[in-house]
Design a binder for this molecule. Structure first.
Ligand code: HAM
Length: 421
């Protein structure tokens, strides 16, 4: 059997990995500028955590989780998303006690057994934030503003923000009852998934990808038209904050999100370019004011988002070339007679943060020069028997081809001076 990675799970290496590194370091800066601290949770959790949060009516829990019994017979799952784990950690460590508002960010792999295609994988990476303790729409505005700042910093200009309100425990139940009545009338025509949604969380039928269902639902009442006064006020504040920031948005009455825990604000940033095709949602999230309580805590308002790193990277491919690392100096060692000078010298320059490349295979000098060229080294330093005898190394500037000798006595200092310019 030829060993291969699992379908939908990818190796990330070389320039692609550098691009991911760039995405992560930009994200860390943006998160820090907004006062978010990192949280790292385990990749494996009790299956119940996701059943009770993401919800039984969601596709994720119903058919996409990687669940298994461990050796003790406990049902565990690879996390399909980050929010549930962060809430679990927030409760487990009583993180609500020290501060009124807690703001976390995370980066890491998630797992969903979906049908792989461009922008959709079985192991994928999210970066995201969760804010606890703030019921005001100002928190939603901050969470959206962070996504906008990230996408801007990534150079992703072709984007659109969609927002909606999913109501609350006051206005959603009567709406759901009405929607269910309407769905009952057409239950012989809707798909099996929607039959399940109709019973567990009717609102989620609007998320169905089946074109037949989509057509049937066009005339059905929309949550946005049924939200209560408080939800209307909250939504108005959200719009006011976005307007103040100059962040443009579209109100999307069919935006319902694929997870069960949301209430009030739901939002998605969608790519309007052509690269991503059907998987165009770059980042998404919303408010989930009842989840902390549902998982055993005190009532705690919360809001957050997550973005898919693969999708961001697909839109940033042209930035990869500029991420190629060029050696500052390529040490060409024609023989092994100057190793005791070359190796510690390379170590010192590297300690100062300079990129020094050497040959690890005792290749011929000509081949070493070739490789230095291929890697686009700025300088080549030649150090062999004849340089040792003359007590002078040869330094070649690879950009203009000029060559000069440097005395071994001052070599370290001269190279440090050269590279610091
Ligand atoms: P989600 O909409 O399921 O929300 O995922 C957020 C983002 O993760 C998507 O917009 C997409 O960019 C990326 N993503 C999701 N599934 C895949 C996949 N199979 N392959 C590649 N990328 C994918 C959540 O996960 C919520 N936890 C977000 C949230 C945080 N809500 C509140 N706080």
């Amino acid at each position: 059997m030829k060993l291969q990675s699992i379908r939908g799970m990818n190796d990330i290496f070389e320039l692609e990995a550098r691009l991911w590194g760039k995405i992560e370091s930009i994200s860390r800066k943006v998160f820090a500028a907004h006062g978010y601290t990192e949280i790292r949770t385990p990749i494996v959790e009790n299956t119940q955590l996701f059943q009770r949060s993401v919800g039984e009516s969601s596709d994720i829990v119903a058919k996409e989780m990687y669940s298994f019994s461990d050796r003790n017979g406990d049902s565990l799952s690879l996390r399909p998303e980050g929010t549930a784990s962060v809430v679990r950690a927030y409760l487990q460590h009583s993180l609500m006690q020290d501060k009124a508002v807690q703001k976390f960010f995370y980066l890491g792999p998630m797992f969903r057994h979906e049908r792989p295609q461009k922008g959709r994988y079985r192991q994928f990476y999210q970066l995201g934030v969760e804010v606890f303790g703030a019921a005001e729409a100002l928190a939603d505005v901050e969470v959206i503003q962070i996504q906008d700042a990230l996408l801007k910093a990534f150079g992703i200009e072709e984007r659109e923000l969609h927002i909606s309100s999913l109501g609350c425990s006051v206005c959603r139940p009567p709406y759901n009852a009405k929607l269910k009545q309407e769905l009952d009338k057409i239950s012989d025509k809707i798909c099996e998934d929607c039959l399940r949604r109709k019973e567990k969380n009717p609102l989620r039928v609007f998320d169905c990808k089946n074109p037949n269902c989509q057509e049937l639902y066009k005339g059905l009442p929309k949550m946005m038209d049924a939200i209560c006064g408080d939800c209307q006020e909250h939504f108005a504040d959200l719009k006011k904050g976005l307007d103040a920031l100059g962040i443009r948005y579209k109100i999307d009455t069919s935006l319902v999100r694929g997870l069960d825990y949301y209430n009030r604000s739901a939002f998605e940033f969608v790519s309007t370019g052509e690269v991503l095709g059907a998987q165009a949602t770059l980042s998404a999230g919303g408010r989930y004011d009842t989840l902390v309580e549902n998982l055993g805590g005190k009532p705690t308002p919360a809001v957050g988002f997550a973005a898919g790193i693969e999708r961001l990277a697909l839109l940033m491919q042209e930035q990869k070339d500029s991420l190629q690392l060029r050696p500052d100096i390529y040490f060409v060692l024609p023989d092994d007679s100057a190793w005791e000078i070359a190796l510690p010298l390379a170590a010192i320059l590297r300690e100062h943060g300079h990129y020094i490349e050497t040959d690890l295979q005792k290749k011929k000098m000509k081949q070493q020069m070739k490789r230095a060229n291929k890697l686009a080294a700025r300088f080549v330093l030649i150090l062999g028997e004849s340089e040792r005898e003359s007590a002078k190394a040869i330094l070649k500037n690879m950009e203009d081809g000029q060559q000069r000798e440097i005395s071994l006595d001052s070599l370290e200092q001269d190279l440090l001076n050269l590279l610091s310019n």
